[in-house]
Design a protein around this ligand. Structure first.
Ligand SMILES: C[S@@+](CC[C@H](N)C(=O)[O-])C[C@H]1O[C@@H](n2cnc3c(N)ncnc32)[C@H](O)[C@@H]1O
Length: 344
């Protein structure tokens, strides 16, 4: 974790005038894929709210302007649900973020990428693309992450990455996220070869499958033998330094109980402000849980952050109820912050 982030949290604990470092923003709840393990988007109107409830382009622009004026460093879009490229005006939105000098990062399923988009996004310096890719070839990718309309899209991802390869001046960092299931874990070495073909791909991150209560979860989950086999493969690649971030695979399979007496403090809300597509402020960037009554439509960013009577930032930093079950990089980051800022 960046020392500057730790310093920012430290300063922010004493001074509410220090704004968030990152805004994690869900642009839309709509998604064009129907991934076998995901509940993350509104493919039809039975999932989530309608587009009319989402922040408009004008409201988003105001938020980005406020963010730039409040020394926010990064706007991260789409990390939790929905597909950013389903959002109306997405290309204007990306440009706006960059025109304000903010770092832009986005999680995407890649299905709507293209060579032209690689050129366009490189031209205004889009910074980070977190690409969700579960397989190094089309058939398996479409099996695990099918498009709702049944169309194939893997070639769009190849075209995008190929165009970045052919553009020597593109500095876009592509971080690939692969969700590990019983269907794809054996193709992990193939994924490593795949990502090594593309100069802009910086890392291959492996994500543990989270149970979202969908039917068929147990068929997707690795059994004990498969999990042991996968961890061994992963260790071998880590030794060769081909995988930069092995996500929560370094942890045991079982959910860990927090030992008695262990701290459960989480400082996430001192450096990340998480906002749902409709403007609700969320509990944290991993839990899609709105904090009641706080919506960015009703309050300017600076006022929201300074308004301590709402105290939303303190909730997790005093004791996070979700600490034991958190299995994301936030947990590791919080250990570092805790060690740097706490005496207890
Ligand atoms: C919900 S998606 C939203 C962003 C975008 N539509 C995309 O697909 O990248 C964000 C990430 O969550 C991951 N994801 C979805 N369901 C998951 C699950 N059950 N377990 C682990 N990761 C999951 C996806 O693979 C993706 O990388």
């Amino acid at each position: 974790m960046d020392n500057l982030t730790i310093e920012r949290v430290k300063a922010g604990l004493a001074d509410p005038g220090i704004g968030p470092e990152t805004i994690a923003l869900m642009l839309t709840d709509a998604c064009n894929l129907s991934c076998v393990y995901c509940r993350g988007g509104r493919i039809d109107d039975s999932r989530g709210g309608g587009e009319e409830s989402e922040l408009t382009t004008e409201e988003l622009f105001r938020l980005f302007e406020d963010a730039a004026g409040f020394k926010v460093k990064e706007v991260n879009i789409g990390g939790m649900r929905g597909e950013p490229f389903c959002k109306k005006d997405i290309r204007l939105i990306l440009r706006k973020i960059k025109s304000l000098g903010l770092t832009g990062s986005m999680t995407t399923n890649g299905s709507m990428l293209s060579g032209a988009l690689a050129e366009e996004m490189s031209s205004y310096g889009w910074d980070i693309l977190l690409l969700s890719l579960d397989a190094p070839f089309a058939r398996l990718q479409h099996q695990l992450r099918p498009a709702a309309n049944g169309k194939e899209y893997f070639h769009n991802i190849l075209e995008f990455l190929g165009a970045l390869n052919n553009n020597p001046s593109s500095r876009m960092r592509v971080l690939v996220n692969m969700v590990i299931t019983g269907n794809n874990y054996r193709y992990f070495p193939g994924m490593v070869d795949f990502v090594n073909n593309f100069k802009n791909i910086e890392s291959l991150n492996v994500l543990r499958l989270v149970d979202m209560g969908l039917p068929g979860y147990s068929d997707l989950q690795l059994d004990c033998g498969q999990a042991a086999e996968f961890r061994e493969t992963l260790e071998a690649f880590k030794r060769e330094k081909k995988v930069l971030y092995a996500g929560n695979w370094s942890f045991p399979d079982v959910r860990r109980e927090t030992p008695a007496g262990r701290h459960t403090r989480c400082f996430t809300n001192y450096y990340i402000l998480s906002i749902a597509a409709n403007g609700d402020v969320l509990f944290c960037p991993q839990q899609y849980k709105p904090l009641s009554g706080i919506n960015i439509r009703d309050v300017r960013l600076r006022d929201l952050w300074l308004n301590e009577h709402l105290s939303f930032r303190k909730i997790l930093s005093e004791s996070a109820p979700c600490y034991g079950e958190c299995c994301t990089i936030l947990k590791k980051q919080n250990e570092e912050i805790y060690n740097a800022v706490c005496d207890d």
